[in-house]
Design a binder for this molecule. Sequence first.
Ligand SMILES: [Zn+2]
Length: 458
Amino acid sequence: MNRKSFSSAFSKALRRVIVSESADFVNTSAVFALRVGFVISLLHFSPILRTINERSDGFHQNHMSENYYYTMPDTNMINPNNQVTAPRQTSAAAAPKKKNSLFRLFLACLLILTVFLTIGGTAYFLNDLGIINIPGMASETSAGSRKGKQKTKTDGGSKSLSGAGAAEMTVPVQGDLTGCNVILDPGHGGRDTGCVFPFNNPKYDECDFNLRIAEQVKAELEARGAVVYMTRTDNEWVSLYNRIAQTHLICMDIAKEQGILPFSAEREAELRAALQESIDINEDSVASGGMGLMVGSGVGEDLQELMEMEYELEDVFFLAIHLNSNESRTLHGTQIYYVSDESVIQSERNQMRTNSEFQRSDFPIRDEYYGRFSERSETLSYLLYDSIVGEIPEFDTNAHQVLADNYAVLREHGLTGALIEVAFLSDDNDRAILLQDGTNEKVATGIANALEYYMMQE
Ligand SMILES: [Zn+2]
């Protein structure tokens, strides 16, 4: 780097410190006040100031405190002379010292302020030069930088996006998902319509939207070279555990194809038979037996084996497609859910306390097994949100964008995945957009882009 570009970078950095820091000042002033308050109180209670504020005999000079001393059997108070003479002497003697203490305090504050600005300024400067990378703050060289926002912006055929786990970056969309396997799970179907609208006299069923969107996503992903599997292909009832059993079977096929199936032929046949039984029973209740090897809280040994196999399948994704509904009709936009160990533990503990199904004597409570790579799913979730809202800005939600929650279709397997609540069927504007031509294509493009970004990061 020559001197000219160095000095230009320096002046840019300096300008940024002044402009950016003063813009942020309103937001950070409360924190700053707290820091100053902390320092002042620290100094106040430090031995240096105490010796300035107090006489050597321990009599406090503050007049407000005198009442307190009168009621205390303090040795200084036993001598009545002290009560009269001491305060006067103290205030006279301490006056120059008080000035001195204020000056010291001022100096201390100034020193601390200087240290903060120096550290901050140096960090900004080094970030601008690209020597260090401050998370959430792009250097001047990367286009379209925006501080602290999780948004996708289209910028001349490339996308700049940021999200949790996704460093701000500018990447082109290649339209290539070769090597990517996606299990699409259109929510509900058959006797389970999902949410409806209007609530009392339904005209629209969620399950129909889910299937149409999923079909479009399948077409888009396949056009980019991905291999796509669907857990249901028409308006039929498919139990949750049927969907998960299908997922495990697909994963066993993929693992076998990749030569990483960790089971003996006998064990493989055993697991396949158990999973097929769940598909055939096609019911979710404990009594039906349809939960199969997925029944119970925690994770059983069979399920653990399957999940560990699935953790190794890094290019296989599970995406459930749903629509949202909100009774008070105040919420709108896209929401993405993923599952984490914490969300499962919390939810299962709660269910064991409150749900009679979990309190049956024959309900198996397993040894806990946790080890999900939930940060993978979290990263994918933010990318999905950013990319879908990048295509349809009206779907920018006023609810939580991304949440961890205990959804069975995400919990009972080991794949990186998410449940996409595309929009709120209960919201007039969301519903109007969902019914427009081209919306499903945009959602599909957003989902495909998110998978591309995710695979680029891996
Ligand atoms: Zn749903």
